[in-house]
Design a protein around this ligand. Structure first.
Ligand code: AMP
Length: 305
């Protein structure tokens, strides 16, 4: 079956209800993206297709989460290739709305406030980013709610379809915040985390990697190497010695390190074990962000020891 593209919320509701009925489905997966899709997004789609009867992907470059207009304008848009990738993964439906469809009254007056978790790490250098991201994720989760429009949905005794939404571990802070929003505000959806997909050399795939020159792409590999170093030390129950790993990143002239720390996955607070002499024990997340040439890159690795 060919993939179907819709651009309005009304069409999305009608099509997803039709697909659930046609397939006699009992589960729907949602894969929110900003387009310019790569193998990382494909992995999200693949996971959703394996576990749900109907899968909807969304493609929307959300102005609310961009600081600079130039960054928004420059964001790559590759709709035809995106549709081909999603179709190859077995996605049923793509919702690619215009800005006017999502924000018909202009910028929304009421927004989701991401709270204190949004002030650190990525949030520290991108003020307002997570409020904008969570606001659109909330809207996308509502648009994608399964079976709205099906006869009987919402009536007592009629079981709604299971609803799951897929997010990449790549954007670890976003994932933590989306989980918090869904828990704190009782969204009836299960959030599924998908591990980071990397290039053969180890670079975490990102739509922005296309802006790296060959030299910058090579230099950027120091991020995943430094994370691997920390992961190896954690696995060996050694002190993490972040200072030496930071120095390794800083010795690369094309890379400007922003942060490199080990944090608690849920609170995003730096962990005390993260020191020079104490062996690492427990669970954590090593987070790194750096500017490489014109591109800000983020990466992370979960630690368990
Ligand atoms: P984006 O289009 O960049 O907003 O990303 C859409 C979704 O794909 C987000 O949940 C990202 O975390 C996820 N994603 C992006 N890159 C990767 C990757 N390399 N591996 C896994 N998931 C990814």
């Amino acid at each position: 079956m060919a993939i179907k593209l819709v651009t309005t919320a009304t069409e999305l509701r009608a099509e997803s209800a039709r697909l659930l009925t046609e397939k006699q489905g009992s589960s729907q997966g949602l894969v929110p993206t900003m387009g310019a899709l790569h193998e990382g997004h494909a992995q999200l789609a693949r996971t959703a297709v394996e576990n749900n009867d109907v899968v909807v992907a969304t493609i929307f470059v959300n102005p609310l989460q961009f600081g600079e207009a130039a960054d928004l304008d420059r964001y790559p848009r590759t709709l035809d290739a995106d549709l081909a990738l999603l179709e190859a993964e077995g996605v049923d439906l793509v919702f690619a709305p215009s800005v006017e469809e999502v924000y018909p009254g202009g910028e929304p007056m009421v927004r989701v406030t991401a709270g204190p978790l949004a002030n650190k790490w990525e949030g520290a250098s991108r003020p307002g980013h997570f409020d904008g991201a969570l606001t659109v994720v909330a809207k996308l989760l509502h648009y994608g709610f399964p079976g709205v429009g099906l006869p009987g949905v919402g009536l007592p005794g009629v079981a709604p379809a299971a609803y799951r939404a897929y997010f990449g571990q790549k954007d670890a802070q976003q994932l933590t915040l989306v989980k918090r929003m869904v828990a704190d505000l009782n969204f009836p959806v299960e959030i599924v985390a998908v591990p980071i997909v990397r290039s053969a050399e180890g670079l975490a795939l990102s739509s922005r990697n296309r802006f790296l020159s060959d030299d910058e792409r090579e230099a950027a590999l120091v991020l995943s190497r430094a994370l691997k170093l920390i992961e190896g030390r954690a696995n060996a129950h050694e002190p993490l010695d972040l200072e030496s790993a930071r120095a390794m990143v800083e010795s690369q002239p094309l890379v400007q390190l922003d942060y490199f720390d080990v944090v608690d996955t849920r609170t995003l607070e730096p962990l005390a074990e993260n020191c020079r002499d104490t062996p690492f024990r427990g669970e954590g997340l090593a987070l790194i962000a750096a500017k490489v040439g014109p591109v800000r890159l983020i990466d992370n690795v979960p630690l368990s020891s």
